[in-house]
Design a binder for this molecule. Structure first.
Ligand code: 7PJ
Length: 274
């Protein structure tokens, strides 16, 4: 995977959110209604200084109930930032998108990896990723963000999530995307109740046993808020704790907001575990 090494301790992927309405850091990189590139570069430098291994750049808010973003807005948010980051930093850059148009544009602007919460289900996405040659993370979601938290139901959440991801692996291989380019993500919070999230989390070793690198994104999510009963700006410790549990369960990449807290916690884990 290019310069992305997936061995030993998990990599820390820092979230760089370019949406004006993200649930945890909405609008932080905006001046008025425009993204401020200097603020973005400053923030990225901070994440790198804190020890991030890669950055994940997204221009679509997929929080529960989020408005749909039009493609042109997503391209306008992500592409200038991708170019600016690429010219300034060496760190691998992941692009969080479901849009085949953005996937293709991102490749030519130096993206190192793609990350799709819809697991390449949009028309043209499989082809765009096949042509890109890049690694891609396939994430499970139950339905679109607008409605996914309305009343998520599963017979067996673990079997259904793994079954879905297996189908997407097959679809990828048919489209010419080899297994060696794939990562899997159970999609915590994407159409899951707290109980379903916990059941899935306990089953992380089962997902890891599928043989592909597993990405885990639980940072500041409502499953943490519900457990510790705290608002989104007070979930750093809960997020670090859950990140460490994911690392112990074999996660390859931790997708986080709070890089310093995660990196310190991983160092403790590394010192203690055998
Ligand atoms: C995830 C993601 C996740 C992957 C988001 C948020 C919502 N991509 N994009 N996994 N979550 N692969 O950051 O809370 O869990 S957006």
């Amino acid at each position: 995977m290019e310069s992305i090494a997936l061995q030993g301790q998990p990599l820390v992927m820092a979230i760089l959110n370019l949406t004006p309405d993200s649930f945890s850091d909405g609008g932080a990189l905006y001046r008025g209604n425009k993204i401020d590139l200097n603020t973005v570069l400053h923030r990225a430098q901070g994440l790198i200084d804190d020890g991030a291994d890669l950055l994940d750049i997204g221009g679509e808010s997929t929080r529960p109930g989020a408005e749909k973003v039009v493609l042109s807005a997503e391209l306008d948010r992500v592409l200038p930032v991708l170019e600016a980051l690429r010219s300034r930093f060496d760190i691998p850059l992941s692009v969080d998108t479901s849009s085949p148009e953005l996937m293709s544009e991102a490749v030519s602007r130096g993206a190192s990896m793609l990350n799709d919460v819809r697991a390449l289900s949009r028309a043209g996405a499989l082809e765009a990723v096949a042509a890109s040659g890049l690694p891609v993370c396939l994430m499970h979601s139950l339905g679109e963000p607008q409605v996914m938290q309305d009343d998520p139901r599963y017979g067996d959440v673990v079997a259904e999530v793994i079954g879905f991801l297996r189908q997407r692996i097959v679809a990828c291989e048919k489209a010419g995307i080899s297994r060696s380019r794939l990562l899997l993500d159970p999609g915590f919070g994407f159409g899951k109740t707290l109980e379903q999230n916990i059941t899935l989390f306990r089953a992380l070793p089962t997902l890891v046993a599928e043989g592909l690198p597993v990405m885990v994104g639980v940072s500041r999510k409502s499953m943490i808020g519900e457990i510790i009963n705290k608002p989104v700006d007070q979930r750093v410790f809960g997020s670090a704790a859950l990140a460490i549990l994911a690392a112990q369960a074999g996660a390859a990449i931790l997708r986080v907001h709070d890089v310093a807290a995660t990196v310190d916690s991983l160092k403790i884990l590394e010192a203690i575990q055998q």
